[in-house]
Design a protein around this ligand. Structure first.
Ligand code: ZN
Length: 146
Protein backbone atom coordinates (compact mmCIF):
# COMPACT_ATOMS: atom_id res chain seq x y z
CA UNK A 1 0.00 0.00 0.00
CA UNK A 2 1.15 3.46 -0.77
CA UNK A 3 0.77 5.00 2.66
CA UNK A 4 0.13 8.44 1.23
CA UNK A 5 -2.89 7.48 -0.76
CA UNK A 6 -5.87 5.36 0.08
CA UNK A 7 -8.62 4.74 -2.44
CA UNK A 8 -11.36 3.80 -0.02
CA UNK A 9 -10.72 3.79 3.65
CA UNK A 10 -10.24 5.56 6.92
CA UNK A 11 -7.42 7.73 8.15
CA UNK A 12 -7.29 8.32 11.89
CA UNK A 13 -5.20 11.43 12.30
CA UNK A 14 -3.86 13.54 15.18
CA UNK A 15 -3.58 10.60 17.55
CA UNK A 16 -1.57 11.53 20.62
CA UNK A 17 1.97 10.27 19.96
CA UNK A 18 2.38 6.79 21.41
CA UNK A 19 -1.29 5.90 21.46
CA UNK A 20 -1.70 4.33 18.03
CA UNK A 21 -1.12 0.78 19.27
CA UNK A 22 -3.70 1.18 21.99
CA UNK A 23 -6.28 2.24 19.41
CA UNK A 24 -5.18 -0.56 17.12
CA UNK A 25 -5.91 -3.07 19.89
CA UNK A 26 -9.20 -1.58 20.99
CA UNK A 27 -10.52 -1.27 17.44
CA UNK A 28 -9.56 -4.93 16.85
CA UNK A 29 -7.64 -3.97 13.74
CA UNK A 30 -5.51 -7.09 14.15
CA UNK A 31 -8.58 -9.08 13.13
CA UNK A 32 -9.06 -7.11 9.93
CA UNK A 33 -8.16 -8.55 6.59
CA UNK A 34 -7.21 -5.27 4.99
CA UNK A 35 -3.97 -3.36 5.02
CA UNK A 36 -3.37 -1.15 8.00
CA UNK A 37 -0.50 1.32 8.24
CA UNK A 38 0.55 2.76 11.55
CA UNK A 39 2.72 5.83 11.48
CA UNK A 40 4.21 6.76 14.80
CA UNK A 41 5.79 10.05 15.80
CA UNK A 42 4.84 11.81 12.59
CA UNK A 43 5.58 15.50 12.65
CA UNK A 44 2.61 17.68 13.39
CA UNK A 45 2.42 21.44 13.23
CA UNK A 46 -0.14 21.44 16.01
CA UNK A 47 1.28 19.13 18.63
CA UNK A 48 4.86 18.44 17.55
CA UNK A 49 4.39 14.70 17.22
CA UNK A 50 1.40 12.55 16.42
CA UNK A 51 0.46 9.05 15.39
CA UNK A 52 -1.63 8.18 12.35
CA UNK A 53 -3.49 4.99 11.46
CA UNK A 54 -4.46 4.36 7.86
CA UNK A 55 -6.92 1.62 7.09
CA UNK A 56 -7.28 0.56 3.50
CA UNK A 57 -10.88 -0.57 3.75
CA UNK A 58 -14.30 0.95 3.79
CA UNK A 59 -15.16 0.02 7.35
CA UNK A 60 -17.36 1.24 10.14
CA UNK A 61 -15.04 2.51 12.77
CA UNK A 62 -16.10 2.59 16.40
CA UNK A 63 -15.96 6.32 17.03
CA UNK A 64 -16.87 5.88 20.69
CA UNK A 65 -13.73 3.86 21.28
CA UNK A 66 -11.57 6.47 19.64
CA UNK A 67 -13.29 9.34 21.42
CA UNK A 68 -12.73 7.59 24.71
CA UNK A 69 -9.05 6.75 24.21
CA UNK A 70 -8.06 9.97 22.52
CA UNK A 71 -10.74 12.65 22.05
CA UNK A 72 -8.46 14.95 20.06
CA UNK A 73 -8.23 12.79 16.97
CA UNK A 74 -9.71 13.45 13.56
CA UNK A 75 -11.24 10.64 11.53
CA UNK A 76 -11.07 11.13 7.78
CA UNK A 77 -13.24 9.03 5.51
CA UNK A 78 -11.73 8.53 2.06
CA UNK A 79 -13.71 7.51 -1.00
CA UNK A 80 -12.27 7.33 -4.50
CA UNK A 81 -9.10 8.97 -3.19
CA UNK A 82 -11.06 11.99 -2.02
CA UNK A 83 -11.72 13.15 1.50
CA UNK A 84 -15.50 12.90 1.85
CA UNK A 85 -15.88 13.34 5.56
CA UNK A 86 -13.83 14.70 8.41
CA UNK A 87 -15.06 13.85 11.87
CA UNK A 88 -13.88 15.62 14.96
CA UNK A 89 -14.36 13.49 18.00
CA UNK A 90 -15.56 14.21 21.47
CA UNK A 91 -15.57 11.95 24.49
CA UNK A 92 -18.65 9.74 24.18
CA UNK A 93 -21.35 10.13 26.81
CA UNK A 94 -21.73 6.39 27.13
CA UNK A 95 -19.45 3.42 26.53
CA UNK A 96 -20.99 0.03 25.91
CA UNK A 97 -18.76 -3.06 26.03
CA UNK A 98 -15.55 -1.14 25.52
CA UNK A 99 -14.10 -1.57 28.99
CA UNK A 100 -15.04 -3.84 31.84
CA UNK A 101 -15.89 -2.96 35.40
CA UNK A 102 -13.15 -4.13 37.73
CA UNK A 103 -15.28 -4.16 40.85
CA UNK A 104 -15.64 -7.85 41.86
CA UNK A 105 -18.93 -7.09 43.58
CA UNK A 106 -20.39 -5.33 40.54
CA UNK A 107 -23.46 -6.99 39.06
CA UNK A 108 -21.63 -7.29 35.72
CA UNK A 109 -19.17 -9.77 37.23
CA UNK A 110 -21.97 -12.18 38.14
CA UNK A 111 -24.47 -11.48 35.39
CA UNK A 112 -22.38 -12.49 32.39
CA UNK A 113 -24.92 -11.44 29.77
CA UNK A 114 -25.13 -7.90 31.08
CA UNK A 115 -23.50 -5.22 28.93
CA UNK A 116 -20.60 -3.33 30.45
CA UNK A 117 -21.78 0.25 30.44
CA UNK A 118 -19.77 3.26 31.53
CA UNK A 119 -21.15 6.77 31.62
CA UNK A 120 -19.24 10.02 31.39
CA UNK A 121 -19.45 11.77 34.73
CA UNK A 122 -21.30 15.06 34.75
CA UNK A 123 -19.27 16.58 37.55
CA UNK A 124 -15.77 15.24 36.90
CA UNK A 125 -14.02 15.93 33.60
CA UNK A 126 -13.05 12.85 31.58
CA UNK A 127 -14.10 10.43 34.28
CA UNK A 128 -16.21 7.42 33.41
CA UNK A 129 -18.17 5.49 35.99
CA UNK A 130 -19.83 2.09 35.83
CA UNK A 131 -23.56 2.46 35.26
CA UNK A 132 -24.33 -0.17 37.88
CA UNK A 133 -21.89 0.36 40.73
CA UNK A 134 -20.33 3.75 39.90
CA UNK A 135 -16.80 2.39 40.06
CA UNK A 136 -14.45 4.73 38.26
CA UNK A 137 -13.03 3.43 35.00
CA UNK A 138 -9.31 2.76 34.96
CA UNK A 139 -7.15 5.44 33.44
CA UNK A 140 -7.35 5.47 29.71
CA UNK A 141 -3.76 4.35 29.32
CA UNK A 142 -4.38 1.02 30.96
CA UNK A 143 -7.64 -0.04 29.46
CA UNK A 144 -7.83 -3.32 27.69
CA UNK A 145 -10.53 -5.55 26.36
CA UNK A 146 -8.60 -8.69 27.19
ZN1 ZN B 1 -19.55 -1.91 38.05
Amino acid sequence: MNIDSITNGVVIDHITAGRAMELYDLLNLDRMDCQVAIIMNALSRKTGKKDIIKIDADMDIDLDVIGFVDPGVTVNIIKDEKLVEKKKLEPPVKLVNVIKCKNPRCITSTEQELAHVFVLSESEPNVYRCLYCETKAETQKHISRK
